[in-house]
Design a protein around this ligand. Sequence first.
Ligand code: MN
Length: 481
Amino acid sequence: MAEATDRRDAQSFEAGGSNRPKPVTTLRGWLDHLAASGRLAVARPDLALSFEIAAVAKRLDGRKATLFPRPGGHPIAVVSGLVSDRQWIAEAMGVEPHEVLARFQEAVLHPLPCREVGNAAAQEVVHRDVDLTRQLPVPVHNEHDNGAYITAGLLIARNPATGVQNVSIHRLQVSGPDRLGALLLPRHTNTFFEVAEAAGQPLDVAIVVGVDPLTLLSSQAIAPIDFDELTIAGALHGAPLAVVKCVTSELRVPADAEIVLEGRLLPHLREPEGPFGEFPQYYGERARRHVIEIAAVTHRTNPLFHTIVGGGLEHLLLGGIPREATLLSHLLRSFPNVRDVHLALGGVCRYHLHVQIAKRQEGEAKNIMMGAFAGHYDIKQVIVVDEDVDIHNPAEVEWAVATRFQADRDLMVVSESQGSRLDPSARNGVGAKMGLDATKPLDAPDMKFKRIRVPGEDAVDLGKVLVPGEDWRGILRTGAP
Ligand code: MN
Protein backbone atom coordinates (compact mmCIF):
# COMPACT_ATOMS: atom_id res chain seq x y z
CA MET A 1 0.00 0.00 0.00
CA ALA A 2 2.70 2.47 1.03
CA GLU A 3 4.60 1.74 -2.14
CA ALA A 4 1.59 2.43 -4.34
CA THR A 5 1.10 5.79 -2.61
CA ASP A 6 4.76 6.71 -3.05
CA ARG A 7 4.56 5.98 -6.75
CA ARG A 8 1.50 8.19 -7.18
CA ASP A 9 3.21 11.08 -5.33
CA ALA A 10 6.19 10.63 -7.61
CA GLN A 11 4.17 11.99 -10.54
CA SER A 12 4.86 15.53 -9.30
CA PHE A 13 8.15 16.71 -7.92
CA GLU A 14 7.05 19.98 -6.31
CA ALA A 15 9.91 20.71 -3.95
CA GLY A 16 8.83 20.82 -0.36
CA GLY A 17 5.36 19.62 -1.39
CA SER A 18 3.57 16.75 0.38
CA ASN A 19 5.77 14.65 2.63
CA ARG A 20 8.67 14.07 0.29
CA PRO A 21 12.11 14.76 1.76
CA LYS A 22 13.44 18.19 0.79
CA PRO A 23 16.34 18.39 -1.67
CA VAL A 24 19.78 19.04 -0.19
CA THR A 25 20.95 22.59 -0.91
CA THR A 26 24.32 22.89 0.85
CA LEU A 27 27.51 20.85 1.01
CA ARG A 28 27.56 21.04 4.80
CA GLY A 29 23.92 19.93 4.99
CA TRP A 30 24.80 16.94 2.78
CA LEU A 31 27.76 16.02 5.03
CA ASP A 32 25.37 16.16 8.04
CA HIS A 33 23.01 13.80 6.21
CA LEU A 34 25.83 11.37 5.39
CA ALA A 35 27.23 11.53 8.94
CA ALA A 36 23.80 10.87 10.47
CA SER A 37 23.48 7.71 8.36
CA GLY A 38 27.00 6.38 9.02
CA ARG A 39 28.32 7.32 5.56
CA LEU A 40 30.91 9.97 6.47
CA ALA A 41 34.31 8.60 7.43
CA VAL A 42 36.71 11.00 9.14
CA ALA A 43 40.45 10.41 8.73
CA ARG A 44 43.01 11.19 11.38
CA PRO A 45 44.69 14.58 10.77
CA ASP A 46 47.83 15.06 8.70
CA LEU A 47 47.41 12.37 6.00
CA ALA A 48 49.70 13.14 3.05
CA LEU A 49 48.31 15.16 0.13
CA SER A 50 50.24 12.98 -2.32
CA PHE A 51 48.39 9.69 -2.90
CA GLU A 52 47.39 8.98 0.73
CA ILE A 53 44.15 10.99 0.60
CA ALA A 54 43.24 9.49 -2.78
CA ALA A 55 44.11 5.99 -1.52
CA VAL A 56 41.79 6.24 1.49
CA ALA A 57 39.00 7.90 -0.52
CA LYS A 58 39.25 5.19 -3.17
CA ARG A 59 39.15 2.34 -0.64
CA LEU A 60 35.89 3.83 0.68
CA ASP A 61 34.56 4.57 -2.85
CA GLY A 62 30.92 3.56 -3.14
CA ARG A 63 30.49 3.17 0.63
CA LYS A 64 31.48 6.36 2.43
CA ALA A 65 32.46 9.96 1.83
CA THR A 66 35.67 10.90 3.63
CA LEU A 67 36.70 14.07 5.45
CA PHE A 68 40.44 14.70 5.83
CA PRO A 69 41.26 17.26 8.54
CA ARG A 70 44.60 19.11 8.28
CA PRO A 71 45.73 17.29 5.12
CA GLY A 72 49.51 17.42 4.84
CA GLY A 73 49.39 19.79 7.82
CA HIS A 74 47.25 22.32 5.87
CA PRO A 75 44.55 24.14 7.89
CA ILE A 76 41.89 23.60 5.16
CA ALA A 77 40.21 20.17 5.31
CA VAL A 78 39.70 18.04 2.19
CA VAL A 79 36.50 16.09 1.46
CA SER A 80 35.95 13.41 -1.20
CA GLY A 81 33.37 10.85 -2.36
CA LEU A 82 30.28 13.07 -1.93
CA VAL A 83 28.19 10.93 -4.29
CA SER A 84 29.33 7.42 -4.94
CA ASP A 85 26.02 5.66 -5.48
CA ARG A 86 22.85 6.32 -7.45
CA GLN A 87 20.80 5.96 -4.26
CA TRP A 88 22.78 8.85 -2.70
CA ILE A 89 21.94 11.11 -5.64
CA ALA A 90 18.26 10.17 -5.25
CA GLU A 91 18.47 11.11 -1.55
CA ALA A 92 20.08 14.46 -2.36
CA MET A 93 17.21 15.14 -4.79
CA GLY A 94 14.56 13.89 -2.35
CA VAL A 95 13.24 11.24 -4.78
CA GLU A 96 13.40 7.47 -5.28
CA PRO A 97 16.28 6.06 -7.39
CA HIS A 98 13.93 5.22 -10.32
CA GLU A 99 12.86 8.89 -10.40
CA VAL A 100 16.35 10.44 -10.67
CA LEU A 101 16.34 10.89 -14.47
CA ALA A 102 12.77 12.23 -14.55
CA ARG A 103 13.62 14.74 -11.80
CA PHE A 104 16.71 15.91 -13.65
CA GLN A 105 14.78 16.18 -16.96
CA GLU A 106 12.11 18.25 -15.22
CA ALA A 107 14.74 20.60 -13.75
CA VAL A 108 16.21 21.11 -17.24
CA LEU A 109 12.72 21.89 -18.60
CA HIS A 110 11.90 24.32 -15.77
CA PRO A 111 15.16 26.01 -14.72
CA LEU A 112 15.07 28.72 -12.01
CA PRO A 113 17.04 31.95 -12.56
CA CYS A 114 19.68 32.67 -9.90
CA ARG A 115 19.10 35.20 -7.11
CA GLU A 116 21.89 37.73 -6.52
CA VAL A 117 22.96 38.56 -2.98
CA GLY A 118 25.31 41.26 -1.68
CA ASN A 119 27.15 39.35 1.02
CA ALA A 120 28.30 35.77 0.69
CA ALA A 121 29.94 33.16 2.87
CA ALA A 122 32.10 32.33 -0.16
CA GLN A 123 33.82 35.73 0.27
CA GLU A 124 34.38 35.81 4.05
CA VAL A 125 38.13 35.60 3.38
CA VAL A 126 39.72 37.28 0.33
CA HIS A 127 43.31 36.66 -0.83
CA ARG A 128 44.45 39.05 -3.57
CA ASP A 129 48.02 37.95 -3.08
CA VAL A 130 47.59 34.49 -4.59
CA ASP A 131 49.75 31.46 -3.82
CA LEU A 132 47.78 28.33 -4.61
CA THR A 133 50.56 26.03 -3.44
CA ARG A 134 50.35 27.61 0.02
CA GLN A 135 46.68 28.68 0.26
CA LEU A 136 44.95 25.47 -0.86
CA PRO A 137 45.44 21.76 0.00
CA VAL A 138 45.42 20.33 -3.52
CA PRO A 139 46.03 16.55 -3.58
CA VAL A 140 47.94 14.38 -6.04
CA HIS A 141 45.69 11.46 -7.02
CA ASN A 142 46.99 8.82 -9.44
CA GLU A 143 50.51 7.35 -9.80
CA HIS A 144 51.55 9.15 -12.99
CA ASP A 145 49.59 12.39 -12.56
CA ASN A 146 51.82 15.34 -13.33
CA GLY A 147 51.27 16.75 -9.83
CA ALA A 148 48.50 18.39 -7.83
CA TYR A 149 45.16 18.78 -9.64
CA ILE A 150 41.98 20.65 -8.77
CA THR A 151 39.41 18.09 -9.93
CA ALA A 152 36.08 19.28 -8.48
CA GLY A 153 36.21 22.90 -9.62
CA LEU A 154 33.11 24.25 -11.37
CA LEU A 155 34.51 26.55 -14.02
CA ILE A 156 32.18 29.49 -14.65
CA ALA A 157 32.64 31.67 -17.72
CA ARG A 158 30.47 34.12 -19.62
CA ASN A 159 29.60 34.11 -23.32
CA PRO A 160 31.25 37.34 -24.57
CA ALA A 161 28.47 37.68 -27.18
CA THR A 162 25.41 37.22 -24.93
CA GLY A 163 26.63 37.60 -21.35
CA VAL A 164 25.05 34.26 -20.36
CA GLN A 165 27.13 32.18 -17.96
CA ASN A 166 28.24 28.58 -18.42
CA VAL A 167 29.36 25.97 -15.90
CA SER A 168 31.62 22.98 -16.57
CA ILE A 169 34.23 20.92 -14.75
CA HIS A 170 37.76 20.77 -16.16
CA ARG A 171 40.84 19.09 -14.80
CA LEU A 172 43.11 21.87 -13.52
CA GLN A 173 46.80 21.28 -12.97
CA VAL A 174 48.49 23.51 -10.41
CA SER A 175 51.37 24.77 -12.57
CA GLY A 176 52.61 27.60 -10.33
CA PRO A 177 51.62 29.87 -7.43
CA ASP A 178 48.98 31.68 -9.54
CA ARG A 179 48.79 29.42 -12.58
CA LEU A 180 46.62 26.50 -13.65
CA GLY A 181 46.86 24.28 -16.73
CA ALA A 182 43.40 23.40 -18.07
CA LEU A 183 41.97 20.83 -20.48
CA LEU A 184 39.21 22.52 -22.49
CA LEU A 185 37.23 20.07 -24.61
CA PRO A 186 35.48 21.55 -27.68
CA ARG A 187 32.38 22.68 -25.81
CA HIS A 188 30.98 25.93 -24.43
CA THR A 189 33.89 27.34 -22.39
CA ASN A 190 36.19 26.73 -25.33
CA THR A 191 33.77 28.47 -27.73
CA PHE A 192 33.73 31.59 -25.49
CA PHE A 193 37.51 31.50 -25.19
CA GLU A 194 37.98 31.28 -28.97
CA VAL A 195 35.92 34.45 -29.37
CA ALA A 196 37.95 36.26 -26.68
CA GLU A 197 41.27 34.96 -28.02
CA ALA A 198 40.46 36.05 -31.59
CA ALA A 199 40.07 39.58 -30.19
CA GLY A 200 43.36 39.20 -28.30
CA GLN A 201 41.50 39.27 -24.97
CA PRO A 202 41.68 36.99 -21.91
CA LEU A 203 38.44 35.30 -20.77
CA ASP A 204 37.38 35.83 -17.15
CA VAL A 205 36.74 32.57 -15.32
CA ALA A 206 35.84 31.60 -11.77
CA ILE A 207 36.57 28.17 -10.35
CA VAL A 208 34.20 27.12 -7.59
CA VAL A 209 35.27 24.34 -5.21
CA GLY A 210 32.94 22.93 -2.57
CA VAL A 211 29.25 22.98 -3.55
CA ASP A 212 26.27 20.73 -2.79
CA PRO A 213 25.83 17.52 -4.81
CA LEU A 214 22.90 18.85 -6.88
CA THR A 215 24.90 21.88 -8.08
CA LEU A 216 27.74 19.49 -8.96
CA LEU A 217 25.32 17.31 -10.92
CA SER A 218 23.83 20.34 -12.72
CA SER A 219 27.28 21.38 -13.91
CA GLN A 220 27.42 18.15 -15.91
CA ALA A 221 24.16 18.66 -17.82
CA ILE A 222 24.53 18.33 -21.60
CA ALA A 223 22.70 21.63 -22.15
CA PRO A 224 22.68 23.92 -25.22
CA ILE A 225 24.96 26.96 -25.35
CA ASP A 226 23.58 29.97 -23.41
CA PHE A 227 21.80 27.69 -20.93
CA ASP A 228 23.22 28.58 -17.50
CA GLU A 229 23.65 25.26 -15.69
CA LEU A 230 23.26 27.04 -12.31
CA THR A 231 19.59 27.55 -13.17
CA ILE A 232 19.19 23.74 -13.22
CA ALA A 233 20.70 23.64 -9.72
CA GLY A 234 18.04 26.13 -8.60
CA ALA A 235 15.28 23.93 -10.02
CA LEU A 236 16.71 20.82 -8.34
CA HIS A 237 16.92 22.73 -5.03
CA GLY A 238 13.35 23.98 -5.44
CA ALA A 239 14.60 27.57 -4.87
CA PRO A 240 16.77 29.97 -6.90
CA LEU A 241 20.49 29.50 -6.29
CA ALA A 242 22.02 32.47 -4.43
CA VAL A 243 24.96 33.95 -6.35
CA VAL A 244 27.38 36.76 -5.61
CA LYS A 245 29.52 38.95 -7.90
CA CYS A 246 33.20 38.03 -7.97
CA VAL A 247 35.63 40.49 -6.35
CA THR A 248 37.72 40.86 -9.54
CA SER A 249 35.18 40.28 -12.38
CA GLU A 250 31.55 40.47 -13.39
CA LEU A 251 31.06 36.72 -13.01
CA ARG A 252 28.47 35.46 -10.52
CA VAL A 253 29.36 32.47 -8.35
CA PRO A 254 27.36 30.36 -5.84
CA ALA A 255 27.26 32.43 -2.64
CA ASP A 256 27.43 29.37 -0.38
CA ALA A 257 30.50 27.88 -2.09
CA GLU A 258 33.42 26.91 0.11
CA ILE A 259 36.23 28.28 -2.11
CA VAL A 260 36.36 30.40 -5.29
CA LEU A 261 39.39 31.02 -7.51
CA GLU A 262 38.98 34.08 -9.73
CA GLY A 263 41.14 34.44 -12.81
CA ARG A 264 41.48 34.61 -16.58
CA LEU A 265 42.17 32.20 -19.41
CA LEU A 266 45.17 33.77 -21.16
CA PRO A 267 45.07 34.29 -24.97
CA HIS A 268 47.74 32.96 -27.33
CA LEU A 269 49.45 30.90 -24.64
CA ARG A 270 49.65 27.11 -24.20
CA GLU A 271 51.81 25.29 -21.66
CA PRO A 272 52.42 21.61 -20.86
CA GLU A 273 49.62 19.85 -18.93
CA GLY A 274 49.23 16.19 -17.94
CA PRO A 275 49.41 13.27 -17.75
CA PHE A 276 46.33 12.89 -15.55
CA GLY A 277 44.30 9.79 -14.54
CA GLU A 278 40.92 10.08 -16.29
CA PHE A 279 37.48 8.42 -16.15
CA PRO A 280 38.26 5.57 -18.61
CA GLN A 281 40.88 4.41 -16.01
CA TYR A 282 43.75 5.53 -18.25
CA TYR A 283 45.95 8.62 -18.31
CA GLY A 284 45.04 11.63 -20.40
CA GLU A 285 48.27 12.46 -22.25
CA ARG A 286 50.61 15.38 -21.70
CA ALA A 287 50.23 18.19 -24.23
CA ARG A 288 50.37 21.97 -24.51
CA ARG A 289 47.07 23.24 -23.17
CA HIS A 290 45.25 26.36 -21.97
CA VAL A 291 46.57 28.45 -19.08
CA ILE A 292 44.56 30.20 -16.36
CA GLU A 293 46.10 32.99 -14.29
CA ILE A 294 44.50 33.38 -10.85
CA ALA A 295 43.95 36.93 -9.55
CA ALA A 296 42.17 36.24 -6.25
CA VAL A 297 41.09 33.39 -3.99
CA THR A 298 38.05 33.86 -1.77
CA HIS A 299 36.66 31.37 0.73
CA ARG A 300 34.58 30.77 3.80
CA THR A 301 36.12 30.90 7.22
CA ASN A 302 37.44 27.33 7.71
CA PRO A 303 36.43 26.15 4.24
CA LEU A 304 36.33 22.62 2.84
CA PHE A 305 38.29 21.66 -0.28
CA HIS A 306 36.41 19.07 -2.36
CA THR A 307 38.49 16.69 -4.44
CA ILE A 308 37.24 14.05 -6.91
CA VAL A 309 39.59 11.11 -7.35
CA GLY A 310 40.03 10.62 -11.12
CA GLY A 311 38.34 7.42 -12.27
CA GLY A 312 36.44 6.85 -8.99
CA LEU A 313 32.67 6.29 -8.71
CA GLU A 314 32.06 9.95 -7.87
CA HIS A 315 33.77 10.93 -11.12
CA LEU A 316 31.82 8.35 -13.14
CA LEU A 317 28.36 8.96 -11.63
CA LEU A 318 28.49 12.76 -11.75
CA GLY A 319 29.17 12.54 -15.47
CA GLY A 320 26.85 9.61 -16.12
CA ILE A 321 23.52 10.62 -14.64
CA PRO A 322 23.08 13.98 -16.45
CA ARG A 323 24.09 12.20 -19.68
CA GLU A 324 21.49 9.50 -19.09
CA ALA A 325 18.81 12.17 -18.60
CA THR A 326 19.86 13.95 -21.80
CA LEU A 327 20.02 10.74 -23.85
CA LEU A 328 16.60 9.63 -22.56
CA SER A 329 15.03 12.98 -23.55
CA HIS A 330 16.77 12.77 -26.93
CA LEU A 331 15.53 9.23 -27.64
CA LEU A 332 11.98 9.95 -26.44
CA ARG A 333 11.57 12.62 -29.13
CA SER A 334 11.65 9.91 -31.80
CA PHE A 335 10.86 6.76 -29.82
CA PRO A 336 8.10 7.30 -27.23
CA ASN A 337 8.21 3.61 -26.30
CA VAL A 338 11.69 3.92 -24.77
CA ARG A 339 11.19 3.28 -21.06
CA ASP A 340 14.63 3.92 -19.52
CA VAL A 341 18.32 4.20 -20.32
CA HIS A 342 21.43 3.44 -18.32
CA LEU A 343 25.12 4.16 -18.90
CA ALA A 344 26.76 1.06 -17.46
CA LEU A 345 29.53 1.39 -14.88
CA GLY A 346 31.72 -1.11 -16.78
CA GLY A 347 31.41 1.20 -19.80
CA VAL A 348 32.80 4.01 -17.57
CA CYS A 349 29.32 5.63 -17.43
CA ARG A 350 29.98 7.05 -20.91
CA TYR A 351 30.54 4.40 -23.60
CA HIS A 352 28.01 1.58 -23.04
CA LEU A 353 24.31 2.40 -23.08
CA HIS A 354 21.52 0.02 -22.06
CA VAL A 355 18.08 0.92 -23.43
CA GLN A 356 14.83 -0.59 -22.18
CA ILE A 357 11.87 -0.45 -24.58
CA ALA A 358 8.27 -1.55 -24.88
CA LYS A 359 8.75 -3.10 -28.31
CA ARG A 360 5.98 -2.46 -30.86
CA GLN A 361 7.67 -3.07 -34.17
CA GLU A 362 10.36 -5.43 -35.50
CA GLY A 363 13.55 -3.56 -36.38
CA GLU A 364 12.94 -0.56 -34.17
CA ALA A 365 15.76 -1.55 -31.80
CA LYS A 366 18.20 -0.79 -34.63
CA ASN A 367 16.62 2.63 -35.22
CA ILE A 368 16.96 3.32 -31.50
CA MET A 369 20.65 2.35 -31.64
CA MET A 370 21.20 4.88 -34.44
CA GLY A 371 19.37 7.52 -32.39
CA ALA A 372 21.57 6.78 -29.38
CA PHE A 373 24.81 6.94 -31.40
CA ALA A 374 23.65 10.31 -32.74
CA GLY A 375 22.76 11.45 -29.20
CA HIS A 376 26.36 11.62 -28.01
CA TYR A 377 29.60 10.75 -29.79
CA ASP A 378 30.94 9.01 -26.66
CA ILE A 379 28.38 6.19 -27.06
CA LYS A 380 30.21 3.16 -28.40
CA GLN A 381 27.91 0.23 -27.60
CA VAL A 382 24.11 0.11 -27.28
CA ILE A 383 22.19 -2.90 -25.98
CA VAL A 384 18.41 -2.74 -26.41
CA VAL A 385 16.29 -4.94 -24.13
CA ASP A 386 12.63 -5.52 -23.30
CA GLU A 387 10.71 -4.17 -20.32
CA ASP A 388 11.25 -7.32 -18.24
CA VAL A 389 15.03 -6.76 -18.07
CA ASP A 390 16.58 -4.63 -15.29
CA ILE A 391 18.99 -2.38 -17.20
CA HIS A 392 20.77 -1.36 -13.98
CA ASN A 393 21.84 -4.97 -13.39
CA PRO A 394 24.69 -6.01 -15.74
CA ALA A 395 23.94 -9.73 -15.17
CA GLU A 396 20.33 -9.22 -16.37
CA VAL A 397 21.50 -7.40 -19.50
CA GLU A 398 24.02 -10.14 -20.22
CA TRP A 399 21.24 -12.72 -19.74
CA ALA A 400 19.12 -10.90 -22.34
CA VAL A 401 22.08 -10.94 -24.77
CA ALA A 402 22.69 -14.63 -24.01
CA THR A 403 19.10 -15.69 -24.69
CA ARG A 404 17.51 -13.13 -27.06
CA PHE A 405 20.37 -12.10 -29.35
CA GLN A 406 21.96 -13.75 -32.40
CA ALA A 407 25.01 -11.98 -33.78
CA ASP A 408 24.28 -12.65 -37.48
CA ARG A 409 20.89 -10.93 -37.42
CA ASP A 410 20.81 -8.72 -34.28
CA LEU A 411 24.24 -7.06 -34.40
CA MET A 412 24.89 -3.69 -36.01
CA VAL A 413 28.42 -2.34 -36.53
CA VAL A 414 29.26 1.14 -37.82
CA SER A 415 32.91 1.57 -38.76
CA GLU A 416 35.12 4.63 -38.58
CA SER A 417 32.80 6.95 -36.66
CA GLN A 418 33.51 9.68 -34.13
CA GLY A 419 34.10 8.38 -30.61
CA SER A 420 35.83 9.41 -27.40
CA ARG A 421 39.39 10.70 -27.62
CA LEU A 422 39.99 9.30 -24.15
CA ASP A 423 39.22 5.72 -25.36
CA PRO A 424 42.75 4.36 -25.92
CA SER A 425 41.50 1.77 -28.44
CA ALA A 426 40.18 4.51 -30.74
CA ARG A 427 42.52 6.12 -33.26
CA ASN A 428 42.48 9.86 -32.53
CA GLY A 429 38.88 9.59 -31.40
CA VAL A 430 37.78 7.57 -34.45
CA GLY A 431 36.34 4.12 -33.79
CA ALA A 432 33.44 1.71 -34.33
CA LYS A 433 29.92 1.65 -32.93
CA MET A 434 28.25 -1.64 -31.95
CA GLY A 435 24.54 -2.16 -31.37
CA LEU A 436 22.96 -5.34 -29.98
CA ASP A 437 19.24 -6.01 -30.32
CA ALA A 438 18.47 -8.29 -27.37
CA THR A 439 14.70 -7.96 -27.59
CA LYS A 440 12.27 -10.85 -28.06
CA PRO A 441 10.63 -11.27 -31.48
CA LEU A 442 7.06 -9.94 -31.37
CA ASP A 443 5.64 -13.04 -33.07
CA ALA A 444 7.30 -15.57 -30.74
CA PRO A 445 4.96 -18.24 -29.32
CA ASP A 446 3.67 -17.24 -25.89
CA MET A 447 5.79 -19.68 -23.83
CA LYS A 448 9.01 -19.49 -25.82
CA PHE A 449 10.43 -16.36 -24.12
CA LYS A 450 8.38 -16.57 -20.92
CA ARG A 451 10.67 -15.98 -17.95
CA ILE A 452 10.41 -18.69 -15.32
CA ARG A 453 9.02 -17.55 -12.00
CA VAL A 454 8.30 -19.25 -8.66
CA PRO A 455 4.88 -18.09 -7.44
CA GLY A 456 5.15 -16.41 -4.03
CA GLU A 457 8.94 -15.90 -4.12
CA ASP A 458 8.67 -12.14 -3.64
CA ALA A 459 5.95 -12.31 -0.97
CA VAL A 460 7.33 -15.06 1.26
CA ASP A 461 8.09 -13.91 4.85
CA LEU A 462 11.35 -15.66 5.74
CA GLY A 463 11.03 -14.58 9.40
CA LYS A 464 7.84 -16.64 9.62
CA VAL A 465 8.89 -19.75 7.69
CA LEU A 466 12.46 -20.29 8.96
CA VAL A 467 13.71 -21.66 12.30
CA PRO A 468 17.27 -21.70 13.75
CA GLY A 469 19.30 -24.38 11.96
CA GLU A 470 22.14 -25.25 14.37
CA ASP A 471 20.31 -28.40 15.53
CA TRP A 472 19.30 -29.56 12.05
CA ARG A 473 20.16 -33.17 12.93
CA GLY A 474 17.81 -33.04 15.93
CA ILE A 475 15.05 -31.50 13.82
CA LEU A 476 15.46 -34.35 11.32
CA ARG A 477 15.18 -36.92 14.17
CA THR A 478 12.17 -35.46 15.97
CA GLY A 479 10.50 -33.69 13.05
CA ALA A 480 10.17 -30.48 15.12
CA PRO A 481 12.48 -27.63 16.25
MN1 MN B 1 26.99 24.59 -21.07
